[in-house]
Design a binder for this molecule. Structure first.
Ligand code: FAD
Length: 458
């Protein structure tokens, strides 16, 4: 096939993937006059079960970028905190420690939100929309990335785009990350998603976490009439169609609150289940001139805490801030230094979000620690207020995260003495389980900068 270089222009930035990361950075940078080529293989609205709950940290970062208006006009719902359920007990925790609603999350249809961001991007004269599938990065003889090769959707021709910087944000099945990182992704579990229609939530405008079932499940509103129910399916093999219903009926249905009865029965009848793998992938970028990774292509965590977009928007703001500190994109050495700084700074921004997500998922798979978390959060005060600011992406201090994590382990040990089960063996087992959960995450995610930088972001 011929390679036609139709785009004779040299763009400041070529963005591969107009998803949450790529479209958002384009929305932030394009109005500043930066010349962008935005490429995606699909521009129609998708129905996905990902990225439907924005934590307050994500909302605050959008505000910082003056992009908060992109959350308006498509029936997105404010989220004021979390409700936890364990057997007959339940309680809620607000994101705000006072009566205010200053900090709130947002529940939404990911596809609608993305279309809104894309619409906003494509209003800018400095953006060229390209509809096609990128196959590879193009490098010059010095190994500098100078753009990408793609197959145009409508003509099926292979074309090239030249740019001073290529941002690779092609999502969790990224084709291009192999050239820019040493990442190893693992599947931690799967999420089965269904929509409950006209369901009155026990705690309106809250995320709900259910701990009594053998497998955790969560739900939150995504519009004024719809609630997303996400059910964990453990292991690294996707459930077969026949397994899905059985899993839900046996491991979830008996633990649902009565308010869900009708909408749940209707959803089961609709039989419209979506399944997605949940990955963990620490960021291990390899610096290469002219290209940078952004979004899930660079770094992933378990979605149980809804932290993905908090990390994505943190990265979008950080990378943009470094790029905007340059007078233009004409100095490759300066550009390279900025990419290096971005990769360094993002550790601090995302340490807690990443550790929290996989640590909480690990805890939920351990009966003793799961009970401990529920009791710890139920005590209120700083024992609930502290962890929720970490979960919300509002507190970046890893010392606080470690303090709360090990306080839960100590509470579990205290519980043993109440049940006359306090023995060296049991204490050792709890501490070992806690260490096994936290140690690999700490090794991957903690850097000295995680501790000494400013810890409250907003
Ligand atoms: C089950 C699940 C639930 C989740 N829930 C939440 C949540 O509630 N809250 C939250 O904050 N995070 C959540 N996340 C994480 C969040 O959705 C992701 O972190 C986020 O969507 C990543 O954005 P991205 O732009 O990197 O990838 P994507 O949004 O996937 O975008 C990638 C884009 O690249 C395009 N593309 C891919 N390959 C090519 C190619 N070769 N050429 C051209 N275009 C290409 C795709 O079409 C797509 O538009 C969840 C994740 C999962 C798996």
């Amino acid at each position: 096939m011929n390679t036609l270089s139709e785009h004779t222009d040299i763009y400041d930035i070529c963005i591969v993937g107009a998803g949450m990361a790529g479209a958002t950075i384009a929305a932030y940078l394009a109005p500043k006059g930066i010349k962008v080529a935005l490429i995606d293989r699909e521009y129609t609205e998708k129905r996905r079960i990902v990225g439907e709950l924005l934590q307050p940290g994500a909302v605050q970062t959008l505000k910082k970028m003056n992009l908060e208006h992109l959350l308006e006009g498509f029936d997105a719902q404010p989220i004021y905190g979390y409700a936890l359920f364990n057997n007959d007990e339940k309680f809620s925790i607000s994101y705000n420690q006072d009566e205010s609603t200053n900090y709130h999350g947002v529940g939404l249809h990911n596809g609608r939100f993305l279309q809104k961001i894309r619409e906003d991007v494509l209003k800018n004269a400095s953006v060229t929309k390209i509809h096609g599938t990128v196959s590879e990065l193009i490098e010059n003889t010095d190994g500098v990335v100078t753009g990408v090769k793609y197959k145009e959707k409508h003509t099926r021709e292979v074309k090239t785009v030249n740019a001073k910087l290529t941002i690779t944000s092609d999502g969790f099945f990224s084709k291009l990350r192999k050239d820019l990182s040493n990442n190893v992704k693992t599947v931690t579990s799967f999420f089965i998603g269904l929509v409950l229609k006209d369901c009155d939530l026990p705690y309106p405008n809250h995320g709900h976490v259910f701990l009594s079932a053998p497998t955790p499940f969560i739900c939150y509103p995504i519009s004024s009439t719809e609630t997303r129910l996400l059910i964990d399916f453990p292991g690294d093999k996707a459930p077969k169609k026949a397994d899905i219903k059985e899993h839900i009926l046996n491991k979830v249905a008996p633990f649902l609150p009565p308010e869900f009865e009708t909408s749940f029965a209707n959803a089961m009848e609709d039989d419209d289940f979506k399944v997605m793998p949940n990955h963990y992938m620490a960021a291990k970028p390899v610096l290469k001139e002219g290209a940078v990774l952004l979004g899930d292509a660079l770094n992933m965590r378990h979605p149980i805490t809804g932290g993905g977009l908090t990390a994505v928007f943190n990265d979008v703001l950080l990378l943009s801030t470094h790029l905007l500190a340059m007078p233009n994109f004409d100095d490759p050495k300066l550009l390279h230094d900025k990419l290096e700084l971005y990769y360094k700074d993002r550790y601090h921004a995302n340490t807690n979000v990443n550790i929290m997500a996989n640590a909480l998922y690990g805890v939920m798979s351990n009966d003793l620690l799961k009970q401990g978390v529920f009791e710890y959060l139920g005590k209120g005060g700083n024992k609930s207020g502290g962890p929720i600011t970490l979960l919300a992406g509002l507190n970046r201090n890893p010392t606080q995260l470690m303090k709360h994590f090990f306080s839960v382990a100590l509470l579990c040990i205290g519980n043993l003495s109440g049940k006359n089960k306090l023995s060296l063996n049991n204490v050792f087992r709890i501490m070992k389980d806690a260490f096994c959960i936290i140690k690999p995450l700490a090794v991957n995610e903690l850097r000295p900068s995680s501790f000494y930088k400013k810890n409250t972001q907003h």
